[in-house]
Design a protein around this ligand. Structure first.
Ligand code: NCD
Length: 304
């Protein structure tokens, strides 16, 4: 049985196959409209979500399958004290595949050990968010035509942002990528990541000012300051509007630079940027459905 806990669970060759399948789904959705007839996806979300949960539900529905689940811990038996290990044993009786989001790092992994159906980590605390990473990689590959040979800036909350941690982990396997980390001192990327980059001799730079590096970026990955992971409100309020990408900053960037954002956006990208053709974050959300369709098909195929 195959689960997805981290983007590294797939080799780069397997990812290429998955992305080819996603592009095929994008072009010929009607070919896949009954691919999951009779199958059930369970979405077990112990933490808020709009995109991830609904894009999973949309993906399964577009494949002809059905969806059951809960959208917050309070409406599940977790509120009565049930463990994720017990919950997944039950879910395994009801569904064929499960997407789980949890505020605790490693909870989906614990669930996968007791599960008899494939479990997909839909975000675990500040740790990993592999399906967002698949979405990001598919977006880059589809719009740039390649994975590799670029300078990517990651901006905002690099400390708590699980999408950032997952994406860096996944990108280091491609050739000739340079990272530029743009964050306030308090929200720097964790040491375990910079240590890994040093070990692998992958070039990176850490800066505070976004303007300073704008002209050198091929891609800018903006992120929201992760309010829910702060220990006090005061720090959040001080840091939340540290970066605001606007038209004047975009004027400093390359003509073909792409702006990505996992969304939701708060203030970090001004709405005036939305009409810039380089802003691809809404398109990125659409790729999120195709890649989740490809993922569900791939994990259920392995099952058969
Ligand atoms: C992200 C997440 O949940 O980590 N959202 C998402 O899944 N698209 C990013 C965020 O919440 O900032």
């Amino acid at each position: 049985m195959r689960h997805l806990m981290s983007p590294l669970d797939f080799t780069t060759e397997e990812l290429d196959k998955l992305f080819d399948l996603a592009n095929d789904i994008e072009k010929n959705p009607e070919h896949f409209a009954h691919a999951c007839d009779g199958k059930i996806l369970a979405t077990c979300f112990y933490e808020p979500s709009t995109r991830t949960r609904l894009s999973f539900e949309s993906a399964m529905t577009r494949l002809g399958g059905r969806v059951i689940g809960f959208a917050d811990a309070a409406s599940s038996s977790a509120s009565k004290g049930e463990s994720v290990s017990d919950t997944i044993r039950i879910i395994s009786c009801y569904a064929d595949i499960c997407a789980m989001r949890h505020p605790k790092e490693g909870a989906p992994m614990v669930a996968s050990e007791k599960s008899t159906i494939p479990v997909i980590n839909a975000g675990d605390g500040g740790h990993q968010h592999p399906t967002q990473t698949l979405t990001d990689l598919l977006t880059i590959r589809s719009l740039k035509g390649r994975l590799g040979n670029f300078t990517i800036g990651l901006c905002g909350d690099l400390k708590f942002g699980r999408t950032v941690h997952s994406l860096i982990n996944a990108l280091v396997r491609y050739d000739n990528i340079r990272f530029v980390f743009i964050s306030p001192e308090e929200l720097k990327v964790p040491d375990y990541i910079t240590d890994m980059l040093k070990d692998r001799k992958i070039p990176y730079e850490e800066v505070i000012r976004l303007e300073q590096v704008m002209p050198e970026l091929d891609m800018l990955y903006m992120t929201r300051v992760q309010k829910e992971r702060f220990f006090n409100e005061e720090d959040y309020v001080r840091l939340k509007d540290f970066y605001i990408l606007n038209a004047s900053k975009m004027a400093l960037a390359k003509q073909d630079m792409l702006v990505l954002h996992p969304l939701p956006r708060v203030n970090e990208i001004s709405v005036e940027v939305d009409d810039d053709p380089r802003a691809v974050y809404f398109k990125q959300a659409q790729y999120g459905v195709y890649v989740r369709m490809a993922l569900i098909l791939t994990l259920l195929e392995k099952e058969r």
